[in-house]
Design a protein. Structure first.
Length: 425
């Protein structure tokens, strides 16, 4: 009962709250300029809340190449055929029309942390007082031999960034023969959205059960076990799909052969499939790596968790999937939304000469479909502990579903609508 009340709160109000931040007033920051790079869950939220918390006095420019926001959460249902692309696509104009965020559809190619400038692909140089970078993830193609070429040829897809590739993977599944095999490989953690690969396998199995009942779903996991909600996923696979789904742990992919549709593993035998969906090893977005901000093994970005400022550069704040996460902190859309609110409040406080909230808190919920209607969730609340300079999960603050249910399916739909409204309107 306690977990259900938390889940209801996160859906109905948690995504709309300020994650432990209060509205800020005081010294005028009307001349301050904040540049936000990235228009995903983190960047949109930061852009809106910096404007909102500063009483619309701080100038905010958001640079994002895409003309519309396409959500990675829920995109698995497009691949499984339960949703359409229109269901996960929203315009950015609410940020500009209602909140005065200046949106530039371009890409940042370089950042000069000393001069506090960013150069866009179109040649424009932008001056900033504070920079928020929400670059998402990119891929370490060299970790899987042959994968980059196979991906560029459109033969082996990841679809781990929602958009055209989401549709392309759906088309591969539709074209697959009944009796064929779909195989998804999962890299070793950390990676974006811990339960995401298992949700994808589940909703594809739901599609096969209806349309291609002789087919098989093969989950080839580089990890020792399912990384999130394992017992619930395994129970769903056993009860809903009658042997259609096979899970194999400790299968670390090291190469692919696109011509034979084969994936090679570090130890285990090669596996062939009709549709190969290989998730590459992940790292912070390319801009973070190229600018030297990925200072955790050149892969993720260390930040000061009180305000998410980079430990590599002053006045550059990094949020979302790109950071080196704290203990128990997932790389999720909801978590990026929470990062953004804490960061927005801290930036406004710093620019207005006020004290940064010394005890910020974060919320998270990850909801996963296991068929067309039934959902399982994991939820948590995280508090900043000043002596340890990091976030830690509050004991008893969340947990996982007791069972899969269609009620949680309705909660999941409400979560998506609420968080998109929170970010974009």
């Amino acid at each position: 009962m306690q977990r259900r009340h938390l889940l209801q709160g996160l859906i109905a109000g948690g995504t709309l709250g300020l994650a432990g931040c209060a509205s800020l007033g005081g010294t005028s920051a009307s001349k301050a300029k904040v540049l936000v790079i990235g228009g995903g869950y983190g960047g949109t939220t930061a852009s809106k809340y910096i404007r909102l918390l500063s009483d619309y006095t701080i100038d905010v420019m958001m640079v994002e190449p895409n003309r519309q926001f396409v959500s990675c959460p829920v995109s698995n249902l497009v691949i499984g055929g339960q949703r359409k692309m229109a269901d996960i696509t929203n315009p950015y104009n609410g940020l500009s029309d209602k909140h005065g965020v200046r949106i530039v559809h371009d890409m940042v190619t370089s950042v000069d942390a000393v001069k506090k400038t960013a150069t866009l692909a179109g040649g424009t140089v932008v001056q900033y007082d504070k920079l928020v970078m929400s670059p998402g993830i990119d891929f370490m193609w060299d970790q899987t031999e042959g994968l980059k070429a196979a991906h560029e040829a459109g033969q082996i897809l990841h679809a781990w960034k929602a958009g055209a590739e989401t549709v392309a993977l759906r088309q591969q599944l539709e074209a697959m023969r009944d009796g064929g095999t779909y195989a998804i490989t999962i890299p070793e953690a950390p990676y974006r959205c811990p339960p995401g690969p298992y949700e994808r396998a589940s909703v594809i199995a739901a599609y096969f059960k209806k349309a291609k009942p002789k087919s098989k779903v093969l989950i080839l996991d580089g990890n020792p076990d399912v990384t999130s909600k394992g017992p619930l996923f395994k129970k769903a696979w056993a009860e809903l799909y009658g042997g259609m789904v096979e899970y194999r742990p400790q299968h670390k992919a090291i190469g692919v052969d696109a011509k034979t549709r084969t994936v090679k593993f570090e130890v285990q035998d090669d596996v062939k499939a009709d549709v190969l969906n290989v998730l590459p090893v992940m790292r912070a977005g390319a801009l973070a790596v190229n600018t030297g901000l990925a200072n955790a093994n050149a892969r993720w970005c260390h930040v000061n968790f009180l305000n998410f400022e980079s430990t590599a550069a002053k006045d550059i704040h990094i949020i979302g999937d790109a950071i080196q996460i704290a203990q128990g902190m997932p790389k999720s859309g909801h978590m990026a939304n929470s990062h953004a609110k804490v960061t927005a409040a801290a930036i406004v406080a710093e620019l207005q000469g006020l004290e940064v909230n010394p005890h910020p808190m974060l919320t998270n919920v990850c909801m996963s479909f296991v068929d067309d209607a039934h959902v399982i969730h994991v939820a948590s609340v995280h508090e900043y502990q000043a002596p340890k300079k990091s976030f830690f999960t509050i004991g008893g603050s969340g947990g996982v579903s007791d069972v899969r249910s269609d009620l949680e399916g309705r909660y999941a739909d409400a979560w998506a609508k609420n968080i998109w409204a929170d970010m974009l309107t």
